[in-house]
Design a protein around this ligand. Structure first.
Ligand code: GN1
Ligand code: MG
Length: 361
């Protein structure tokens, strides 16, 4: 506690703050809620940046500052009300940067957005609103002049992720390849690899553009107000050039799943077409000014690609001995692998229905 107050005091007067407690359930950074002195109100969010994932903290914060400043300006120009609740604001530290280094870690602090709610599951109405908001988020960034660095190179490049899996299999660092279940999943993944690399092929052929995308559009990276309207997109670490498939596919991966990302009961994991339909409607409305036919036509592919890619990533981490994602128990990454694979199969069974659905909008 004292340590966190010491860190926070680089950003604000420590006399103004009270208790600091853990917040959220991200798998990468450590996040804390900083309460006001009287203890009734959350004031700030303090975050330890995982610099083994985000190795270039200077680029990370420069990307985020460019994105938030650009969105803020857009909202102000449009005379949108309550702008402070609609875009994140990072505090300047006494280092004159939006981060400090203390005890060997990097820390940053932002204003807490009052009366905001996050969800891990949504109704079709919320899914529609989320689709519209993520579409508009991409739209707002379409004319961003500052260069946005590729903060994690090849982050959503499935060919690269498959290569990482292959490397993990070859190294077999902790001897997990002898498990027949692991072999079985490897074969299933490999059988779909060529089909799932479509995006990279279209890109090489010059047919598919990269745009500035959020690249971690899980529903809990969006803040809603009490009425169910989207306030703000958060967790901007991974904003970078990518295919629009990233934002479309990763959102559905989290929200069109009737089970949990790491459900051990696979019968609970299914792809929810009503959520897909509503999200696609909102997203296509939010992106109608710029989305190309090749992007639209392949949105059902995006809905398959992300459960597939997450399967590959969790699985490679399991084989590597759990070096990337935080785990709660030894088999956690294997359980996550199975749950994401089940979601992939279930989404694949809906592929024709998805194509039919997007043609309506
Ligand atoms: C990580 O930290 P969190 O939960 O927002 C990961 C995403 C994965 C997600 C799986 C930088 O995001 O790409 O989809 O876990 N972020 C990074 O839950 O690897
Ligand atoms: Mg997150």
């Amino acid at each position: 506690m004292e340590k966190y107050i010491r860190i926070a005091s680089h950003f604000v007067d420590p006399e103004t703050i009270g208790v600091i407690m853990p917040l959220g359930k991200g798998l990468i950074n450590d996040t804390f809620k900083v309460m006001s002195k009287n203890g009734n109100e959350p004031k700030y969010v303090l975050q330890r940046i995982n610099d083994s994932v985000f190795t270039d903290v200077e680029m990370l914060q420069s990307n985020i500052e460019a994105v938030t400043a650009h969105i803020r300006k857009k909202l102000e120009d449009r005379h949108v009300e309550d702008v402070n609740r609609k875009v994140l604001h990072f505090l300047k530290a006494d280092s004159d940067k939006t981060y400090v280094k203390e005890d060997g870690s990097f820390w940053r602090m932002m204003d807490f957005i009052a009366d905001s709610y996050t969800y891990d599951a949504v109704t079709p109405e919320y899914s529609y609103t989320a689709g519209l908001s993520f579409g508009q988020f991409e739209g707002m960034l379409a004319d961003l002049k500052e260069p946005i660095g590729e903060i994690i190179p090849n982050f959503h490049n499935i060919e690269f992720r498959l290569q990482q899996l292959e490397d993990a299999v070859k190294a077999d660092a902790v001897g997990r390849m002898k498990d027949p279940v692991v072999k079985e999943y490897l074969e299933k993944i490999q059988a779909q690899a060529e089909r799932m690399c479509l995006g990279e092929r279209l890109y090489r052929e010059g047919q598919l553009p990269k745009r500035i995308c959020h690249c971690d559009t899980k529903v809990n990276n969006m803040l809603f107000d009490a009425e169910g309207q989207v306030l703000c997109v958060i967790d901007l670490d991974t904003v970078m050039p990518s295919f629009v498939f990233s934002d479309f596919g990763d959102f559905l991966r989290s929200v069109a799943n009737t089970g949990a990302e790491d459900d051990s009961d696979l019968s609970k994991v299914n792809f929810n077409m009503a959520i897909f339909d509503a999200f696609a409607k909102g997203y296509l409305e939010g992106t109608k000014d710029f989305l190309l036919p090749v992007e639209k036509e392949n949105l059902p592919y995006a809905a398959l690609l992300f459960p597939y890619m997450q399967t590959v990533r969790f699985f490679a981490d399991y084989i590597n001995g759990d070096t990337y994602y935080k785990i709660q128990y030894p088999e956690h990454n294997l359980v996550r692998t199975k749950a994401q694979w089940k979601l992939f199969e279930s989404a694949d069974a809906c592929y024709d229905a998805m194509q039919h659905a997007i043609m309506k909008y």
